[in-house]
Unconditional design. Structure first.
Length: 305
């Protein structure tokens, strides 16, 4: 009898020990699985990625507010009813704490509505591959406005921002390029702003293209070629004037009779726009020469004695 009782107790201890071992093994397995799953999530989580573009501009809030107040108070006081604080909050809420590859047009819609304003007729100047020259021209000639001369463009010009799902909600280290993901904060913003700028155009509009681009002055995949050109309203825009500007010293890869300009004209004609094209538009060429007056292309005449 004592032997049988001892055997029973031994079996109970054995069963208990086996149960403890099984429970411990299950716990270890659960911890390992959780670690593997968590590690995998960290590897693909947006906040763990290092993007290829520069991060959010430092002091973004102060910069945006400063530009907004300067634009409304010093440059265009007639737009003074705009609320810069609301504009900043709307921009911030469009991207903060969000995956920088999942930005939508709906995120920016409130900002577009808050910052939009009318564009005077005959003043819209579109550009492609001529950024520096186009903006120097509008600074010297107040009769024209590029997108970057509007409130939205002025605030965002050469500024970068993107969010991060983890605190503090803004990524100051890096932001995604368009090649990494198309629905990034910068690409979505400029597409929407460009669309709105084109929709607001009226009267005669100007387009400044680069005649020295080897692949052609007009590129269908550019912002102008893919968005702005298709959002010009034929009922509001009476004509499109193309200014084809080669770099000083060339090469002049394309003229107004070139292959890509013919393609552009065809698109515009299909949309019932009147078109003119001018090589080396004189007022812009003179501006080029202001920056390099001794260049051979800037010698209007030669003294002969």
């Amino acid at each position: 009898m004592p032997f049988q009782q001892g055997s029973a107790r031994t079996r109970q201890r054995t069963v208990l020990l086996v149960g403890i071992v099984v429970l411990l093994a299950a716990l270890v397995l659960a911890v390992v699985l959780a670690s593997v799953l968590t590690h995998g999530k960290q590897e693909v989580s947006p906040q763990m990625l290092k993007w290829k573009d520069r991060g959010t501009t430092k002091n973004l809030q102060e910069l945006i507010l400063g530009r907004c107040y300067n634009y409304l108070l010093a440059r265009y006081p007639e737009l003074g009813d705009k609320d810069c604080l609301k504009i900043w909050e709307s921009l911030k809420h469009a991207f903060i704490y969000k995956n920088p590859c999942n930005i939508t047009s709906e995120d920016y819609q409130p900002l577009m509505e808050l910052a939009s304003h009318p564009i005077p007729c005959n003043k819209s100047l579109f550009w492609s591959k001529t950024s520096d020259l186009a903006h120097r021209y509008t600074k010297s000639n107040q009769n024209f406005l590029t997108l970057e001369d509007t409130l939205l463009g002025y605030m965002a010009d050469r500024v970068s921002w993107c969010g991060d799902p983890s605190a503090p909600g803004i990524n100051y280290e890096s932001c995604p390029k368009r090649s990494e993901c198309e629905s990034n904060p910068s690409s979505v913003f400029w597409k929407m702003a460009s669309k709105m700028f084109a929709e607001a155009a009226c009267g005669v509009v100007q387009v400044m293209l680069n005649g020295s681009v080897e692949a052609g002055a007009f590129k269908s995949s550019s912002i102008f070629g893919s968005i702005e050109i298709f959002n010009l309203n034929p009922d509001k825009v009476s004509a499109v004037h193309i200014w084809l500007m080669p770099n000083l010293g060339g090469p002049q890869s394309e003229s107004c009779s070139g292959h890509s300009i013919k393609r552009l004209k065809s698109i515009l004609e299909e949309r019932n726009f009147k078109i003119t094209c001018e090589d080396n538009y004189r007022p812009v060429q003179l501006l080029q020469c202001v920056h390099d007056p001794d260049h051979t292309d800037c010698r209007l005449c030669t003294n002969t004695t």
